[in-house]
Design a protein around this ligand. Structure first.
Ligand SMILES: Cc1ncc(COP(=O)(O)O)c(C=O)c1O
Length: 304
């Protein structure tokens, strides 16, 4: 991690290396935090944050689902994000706002602690897409079942959801794969460990409904809107493991991953084991939108 710029902590910009928390911070012990992942792109017209208002809305939705009282307004957080990016001098970066129960009292009950908010940004060009951007990721269907909303609110982007995802990711990596795919308690495809998933079969693009347990991804929504605006459509339906193995193309979407191709699931090659033509075209359309080259979606960009 390159320590560039400053980190916004409860209203103050502090040097990157000094942005520290106490070891008895509640969230460190009990996962009592919610966060966002946002990207800023270096467009030909200047740096622009992608879908800022949607990310802010999800940040506040996450805090609401955890009954966490956010000590700042949406407007204040938006302004703080733009200020943090501007101060960093980075033209392109990944942005991580986080709200967490801080240091004060220990024990399970979080509410005796202050809710602290930080915003950091850093260079993360490849994000979560290393294996899927240029060739294709090899994915393992995880032996870990995706937790669901009967246990905790899955539409919150909460740290607590990510121990399940991290177990799946580590299992995949330890078995020689790049990424995990998680099935829900009914055996249907939910999502990747940090991405939504789409399959293409006979030129029909399909993705699991949110009721299958995936996060309501902002990139998922962007890709669906881009496809529809271009005259296509996406079918939302429950996907079986067989649908993965039998797909012509598979791709994943996420802020960190953008649009990444999947060319192998378990030991099964997908299509001709190369990035598919629809995936490739979507990668390009998505990048054009993020870079402000598609006028139809300019409202998705907030220039710094
Ligand atoms: C579990 C999970 N699913 C899906 C996504 C994709 O969401 P988005 O496109 O909003 O980044 C993410 C990334 O934030 C994620 O962590």
């Amino acid at each position: 991690m390159k320590e560039i710029g400053k980190i916004w902590m409860n209203g103050k910009l502090v040097p990157f290396k000094d942005a520290k928390v106490h070891v008895l911070t509640h969230a460190l012990h009990y996962s009592t935090s919610i966060f966002e992942g946002i990207r800023c792109y270096n467009t030909p017209n200047g740096s622009a944050v992608f879908r800022l208002s949607e990310h802010i809305d999800r940040f506040f939705k996450s805090s609401k689902l955890y009954s966490m009282k956010m000590p700042y307004s949406k407007k204040e957080i938006s302004k703080a994000i733009l200020k943090t990016v501007k101060t960093s001098g980075l033209k392109e970066c990944y942005i991580r706002p986080i709200a967490y129960y801080g240091y004060g009292t220990m024990g399970l009950t979080p509410t005796g602690n202050k809710v602290d908010v930080s915003i950091a940004c850093w260079e993360w060009a490849m994000g979560e897409s290393k294996a899927g951007k240029f060739s294709g990721a090899k994915c393992k269907v995880s032996s870990w079942i995706k937790i669901d909303s009967r246990s905790q609110p899955m539409q919150a982007k909460a740290a607590a959801n990510y121990s399940n995802a991290a177990l799946a990711r580590v299992e995949a990596l330890e078995n020689g794969y790049d990424e995990a795919i998680m099935l829900n308690l009914n055996g249907k495809v939910a999502e990747g460990s940090a991405e939504n998933i789409f399959i293409v079969k006979d030129d029909i693009i399909q993705t699991p409904p949110l009721s299958a347990g995936g996060l309501e991804g902002i990139t998922r929504d962007s890709v669906i809107q881009i496809i529809e605006e271009n005259g296509g459509f996406v079918i939302e339906r429950d996907l079986e493991r067989d649908d993965l193995y039998g797909a012509d193309e598979i791709f994943m979407t996420g802020t960190a991953a953008e649009v990444k191709s999947v060319t192998q699931i378990d030991k099964v090659k997908i299509g001709n084991a190369k990035m598919g033509k629809i995936t490739k075209a979507l990668q390009k359309s998505f990048k054009d939108v993020a870079m402000g080259k598609d006028e139809r979606f300019l409202s998705w960009l907030t220039f710094i």
